[in-house]
Unconditional design. Structure first.
Ligand SMILES: Nc1ncnc2c1ncn2[C@@H]1O[C@H](COP(=O)(O)OP(=O)(O)OP(=O)(O)O)[C@@H](O)[C@H]1O
Ligand SMILES: [Mg+2]
Length: 243
């Protein structure tokens, strides 16, 4: 997409109702994609592909004309641009024209106030017209926060989603007890579970579409995928994964 195209889109209603990964096959496995106005949880172990999935969704959203803000505890702006370029999901042009805003979060001395600051910052993004918010990852903030305050954060997110904002929180599975995870996911409209499984000699990445409220097709799908430099996420047939 060229910059003049972007300026033109700014004046038009993009009218999209789905957040896409920009990869039709993956969207299809997610029941068409995540509906706008959803609160989503991407959950998984370390290196299971959470950030790459979030980056695919950022790329897909930007190409559909959405304005996207990312709060990241894992990247600087520069390292994120480099990482996304290496996966051929370059978003530098969108960053330069302000369709993408990236906020690296300092969490070395995180305390319970950080989650409150985060929700305040998300509201600010909404006020400046940003439409899709990603938090990758919320884990370092959650681990220093009482469970009731974490639930309150998700409830606040849910209220913003009811006003039309789309919010995707990424979390490491190990940071949450099973009981607490159930409580959190019951608040979310979509829950994508990633894991790495040893299949024979290979380590295979799996995504389970545990829930997508309002999806046009059935959810509950499990897909195996790999991450390829110069390509991004690529679905691989389960039979090949098992072979
Ligand atoms: N640019 C890239 N080129 C090639 N492989 C990559 C690239 N980025 C990620 N990968 C592969 O994908 C895997 C998952 O990466 P990703 O950063 O999405 O995991 P994650 O679940 O976010 O991990 P973490 O919990 O550490 O944040 C990496 O371990 C790596 O093998
Ligand atoms: Mg990550």
């Amino acid at each position: 997409m060229t910059l003049p195209d972007l300026e033109q889109e700014e004046q038009l209603e993009h009218g999209k109702s789905i957040i896409s990964t920009g990869n039709a096959e993956i969207d299809n496995k997610m029941g068409g994609g995540i509906p706008v106005g959803s609160l989503t949880l991407i959950e998984g172990d370390s290196h299971s592909g959470k950030s790459v999935l979030a980056q695919q969704m950022i790329w897909g959203s930007l190409h559909d004309g959405f304005r996207v803000s990312l709060f990241t505890t894992e990247n600087t702006v520069r390292s994120l641009m480099k990482q996304m370029q290496s996966l051929s999901i370059d978003v530098l042009d969108f960053l330069l024209v302000g369709f993408l805003r990236v906020y690296p979060m300092r969490v070395a001395r995180a305390d319970r106030r950080l989650l409150q600051e985060l929700i305040t910052a998300i509201v600010k993004e909404q006020e400046r017209g940003m439409e899709v918010i990603f938090v990758d990852a919320i884990t370092p903030v959650i681990v220093v926060t009482e469970e009731t305050d974490v639930l309150a954060y998700f409830e606040d997110c849910k209220k913003l989603c009811a006003q039309g904002l789309t919010i995707v929180n990424v979390v490491h599975s190990h940071a949450l007890s099973q009981d607490f995870l159930v409580r959190l996911t019951s608040l979310c409209d979509a829950h994508l579970k990633l894991r790495t499984e040893e299949v024979g000699e290979r380590l295979v990445k799996m995504m389970e579409v545990a829930k997508i409220r309002g999806a046009t097709k059935t959810t509950g799908n499990i897909v195996s995928f790999e991450i390829e430099p110069g390509w991004g996420m690529r679905i691989i047939p389960l039979s090949k994964a098992k072979g």
